[in-house]
Every structure is written in C-alpha cells, then in structure tokens.
Design a protein around this ligand. Structure first.
Ligand code: PEP
Ligand code: MG
Length: 538
C-alpha cells in the first residue's frame, strides 16, 4: 500500500520488528507453472542448461556448507553427471516429451525406488533426489538459474517466500525482508522473528529501486530514500535500540505476577545456532525446539548421529534447565521433499506433524532413537505436534518405547523422556481430559488457524486471524484449567506469547509458562513487570 508518493514510502504489516538499511534486492520464490513444450531440440537444450545451472547452484551451496553437508551434496552432483541416468531422459524428450515432464517423471520413478528400499540409508537419499528434482524444475520453469546472491545487509524483496528459500539466504550480515504478500503468522515470519530479521509483509506492488530502508516497527519501506528520510530512519532506529536496552536491563530478574506467582519464560528455537542470541541465557529453558528445520539442511533427512549431536548440544547448553524438543512437524506450509506427500488438496488438513510421522515409522524411529539417546544427557521432554486423538499419542509412545528397548538391547545408554503434546487441533483442546500426557503446550498459531478457519499464511485474512478471538481464548482457558486440575504443566509456545498486547490475556487465562522467541524475551519480561506493578503492560 503506497503511503507517500513523493518519498516512495510504502506501508505493510509488521511480521518481525527491527530495522534494515541497504541495497534493495528482488528475488523470485515461485515454483512457476508447467512449461509449454517447444521443439524437441529446444527442450533438450533447456534441460541441458537447467542441469548445468543446478550443478553450479549445488557447488555454491556445498562450498558454503563445507564438511559433511558438502559430501552429501556430492551425491546430487554425481547423479547429474551419471549418463546412464540422464541419457534416457534426453531420449524421452527426443520423442516429443516436454523437458520438465520428462525430468519429473524420471526423478519420481527413482524416488519411489529409493523409498521402497529396505536400507535406511537408501531411503534417506530419496530426500536428496526430491531436492534435486525440484531445483532443476524450478530452473526449467523460469525460476532463477543461480542461488540468489544477496548483498550483505540487503533488503530482500519477494512476492512471498517459503521457509526453505529463507534458509538459503545468508542473513549473517543482517538485512531485512519485504514481501509484497505474505503473512505475519506464516512460518517464514516465525523464522525471521527467531533470527531477529526485520520483516514487513503485504506491501503490495513495489517499483524497482537501488536502496531501501525497512522499518519493522512502523511497518514501512522507503525506496531510494533521500537524506532527510535516512536521518529520520536512523533516529527511529536509535530510539528502538534504547528502548530495547532498557527492557534488557530487567532480563536477569525472574518474572512474576502481581500476586507474586512465578512466571516461567522459556524460548523457542529452530536450530542450535539460535542459542547464540545474547538474551537466550536469561530464559528459564527451551519451551519448543522445532526439529523439522533440521530437515531443510542440504543433505535432506539427517541420520541418527546428526540428530543426536544437535539435541545433545542443546541439552548441554541448557545444563539443568528443561528442554522441550518437538518431533518433526513437516507438512502444511513446511513441505519436505521426499517426506511429505505431494498433491494434497489441503496440506494444512492433511498428513502433517505426528500424523505423517506415524505413517512413516521408518523415518520417525530414527528421530526417536536420537531423542532417547539424548534424554540421558539433560532435562529433556519430548512433545508431538498436530495430535488429534489420544490413540496417536499412545502410538507414538509405543514406538518410542520400542526405540528405547532396541537401544538398550544394543547396550546404548538411553531413557524414555517425559512425553507431552501440542494443543493445536481444536478437537484435542476440547477433549483435553482424554490425553494421558505429562505436559501440554498450546500451539496458538495453528489453534487459531483451525478455530477461525483462516490459513495462517494467507495475508488477505489478516484481521480475521486474531488469536485473541474469544473462541481461541476459551480453548486456552480450558487447557490451562485441565492442567491445574490434573497437575500436568501447561505452557503456550505460539507467537502470541511473544506479542506484548496478548500477554495480559494469556495470564488472565491462567497460564504461568510462556515460550517466546529469544529476541522478544526482554520485551515480554518488561510487559509482565509492568503488569505486576499495575501498569498497562503494553
Ligand atoms: C503453533 O502452531 O503455535 C506452534 C508453536 O507451532 P508452529 O508455529 O511450528 O506450527
Ligand atoms: Mg503448530
């Protein structure tokens, strides 16, 4: 939405607070439509070029990733160079097939073969193949030929961005994200908040520009700004820095309500590196580790050892503090090639979270083994996402017990950790008393999505998608009350816990444990501090 024509200012909605000033870089994130087939010789050439570009992209990724990840990527490059595999595809194209169709069906066949293998290693390779299939298809269907090279600290602009593309961008020099569409409740927004990357969504059509100022607090984007705009922007940035500094001053104090009841504030992480955030050390523990982001590493499905090392590192960091690790929540808007089903009409209502893991016990068991081994190393709790009925929890418990027994038979130190569930499907919240879980964690992002019938990543539904809707709050109260009566701890780990405006209501609903994004910890503590001293909290 254009806010000021002369100054080229645009206003959208805040998805992640913060400020970015730098080059304005536009990238495309679409998978693009099906290709219209040209003459066979043109199609052969198109596929040859796409394969070449894909090899270059993979080489770039391997060089950046290094070590084990680079070795895994070599598998993809080797396949692209394997004439026995590639030549029959060119032959099919010679007979009149479109390049993208011929490529996709050859890869789909291979993926099915790998999936059917009894060897776990071969099965895991199917994710690499799916990644390769999608990369070449993206190029063939008009996507970028090279992995986007983003200048340090750039304001990256896209129509919308899936989480996998966000993770491909190197954010270490800073920068920000400006989306023409998008939503503050999408997973990519959640990733941006966790990493402290400013992000503004729903900006509408934007012209090209050389430089930009992105203000995640006032949800504005200024293109090719003049000197005065830059001065005002830097003033706002400085004011934001000061207010954050004053919030950080209370980080060391424990949070409590006006009646002196202790409030535990934990943090959400998606990867071990998120613990590097300066405020993370002041958290009471880790309330949610979203493990599905381990699946976006270049090598595809991580093996037991890789997963064990990641969980162990988090537990070592936490020392004696509690760490709640959530099993893979793939599916919905977090598709994982080779793992999540393709072509579902309603992925949010489909095979995602625990449903998918129970349908793929081979892959799930690898994660459960890694978690059972990590459980002896610290204060670990494990929870399952997208649980609808108690039978799912019991099936997961039985698989976990099997994994523990197998490990014990091998003489490997292991234990069954406490098991809990995410409360994010309305049916689970309504029948909460039926679940024999050791603890509950309310996933308000999905709970609101399903209660309000609003796709959480659809920006057009912005105002309807309100987690403070009385129907959502009623289910939160119900879950908190069940926890109080049964003695099972209840926390909330959805994004509303990181929003100061929601915190008074959450405490009023009876919650005393919240899990927030590390960059929001100081502000949420400050909000609770003000509330306990009789202020408005905002
Ligand atoms: C939620 O749904 O609130 C949640 C914490 O899980 P995710 O955002 O990963 O779906
Ligand atoms: Mg969820």
């Amino acid at each position: 939405m254009r806010a000021d024509v002369a100054g080229l200012s645009f206003r959208g909605r805040t998805a992640s607070i913060g400020f970015a000033r730098g080059p304005f870089v536009r990238i495309s994130a679409s998978q693009n439509s099906v290709r219209v087939a040209g003459e066979p010789e043109d199609e052969v050439l198109a596929l040859r070029e796409a394969i070449e570009s894909a090899s270059e992209q993979i080489a770039e990724l391997a060089a950046a990733a290094g070590g084990e990840a680079a070795q895994i990527l070599e598998f993809q490059v080797a396949l692209l160079e394997d004439e026995d595999f590639i030549d029959p595809i060119f032959a099919t194209i010679g007979e009149g097939a479109a390049a993208d169709k011929a490529w996709a069906s050859a890869l789909d066949e291979q993926i099915a073969d790998y999936n059917a293998a009894s060897d776990e290693y071969l099965q895991a390779r199917s994710a690499d193949l799916a990644d390769l299939r999608d990369r070449v298809l993206r190029i063939l269907r008009g996507g970028e030929k090279h992995a986007p090279k983003i200048a340090g600290g750039a304001v990256v602009c896209a129509e919308d961005l899936p989480p996998s593309r966000f993770l491909e961008i190197d954010w270490s020099p800073g920068g920000g994200l400006a989306l023409l569409r998008g939503s503050p409740t999408s997973h990519v927004a959640m990733l941006a908040r966790a990493r402290g990357i400013p992000m503004v969504v729903q900006l509408g059509a934007l012209p090209d520009a050389a430089t930009a100022l992105l203000d995640g607090e006032s949800a504005t984007l200024e293109l090719d700004p003049g000197a005065e705009q830059i001065t005002l922007f830097e003033r706002r940035r400085e004011a934001h820095r000061k207010s954050r500094a004053s919030a950080r001053a209370i980080l060391r104090r424990p949070a409590a309500t006006w009646r002196g009841e202790r409030i535990r504030l934990l943090i959400n992480i998606q990867r071990v590196e998120d613990l590097d955030h300066a405020d993370a050390q002041y958290a009471d523990g880790i309330g949610l580790m979203r493990t599905e982001f381990l699946l976006s590493a270049p090598g595809g499905m991580p093996d037991e050892e890789t997963q064990y090392r990641a969980y162990d590192e988090v537990l070592r960091w936490a020392d004696k503090k509690p760490v709640t690790i959530r099993t893979f929540d793939a599916g919905g808007d977090k598709p994982v090639a080779g793992f999540t089903p393709e072509g579902e009409a309603n992925p949010f209502l489909g095979l995602r979270g625990l449903r998918l893991c129970l349908a793929r016990p081979d892959l799930f068991k690898v994660q459960l083994r890694a978690l059972a081994r990590a459980a002896v190393r610290g204060n670990l709790k494990v929870m399952f996402p997208m649980v609808t009925v108690p039978a799912e929890l019991e099936a997961a418990r039985a698989l976990f017990a099997e994994a523990v027994a197998d490990l014990q038979a091998q003489g490997i130190a292991t234990m069954l950790p406490e098991l809990g569930i995410m409360v994010e499907v309305p049916a689970a919240a309504m029948a909460i008393g039926d679940f024999k879980a050791s603890f509950f964690s309310i996933g308000s992002n999905d709970l609101a999505q399903y209660v309000l019938a609003c796709d959480r990543s659809n920006g057009a539904l912005g105002t309807l998608m309100d987690p403070l809707h009385p129907a959502v709050l009623e289910l939160i109260v119900r879950t908190a009350e069940h926890g109080r009566r049964s003695g099972a701890p209840v926390s909330l780990c959805g994004d509303m816990a990181s929003e100061p405006r929601c915190v008074p209501q959450l405490l009023y609903c009876g919650l005393r444990e919240l899990s927030v994004n590390a960059p929001s910890l100081a502000q949420i503590k400050q909000t609770i501090d003000r509330l306990s001293r009789g202020g408005s909290g905002g």
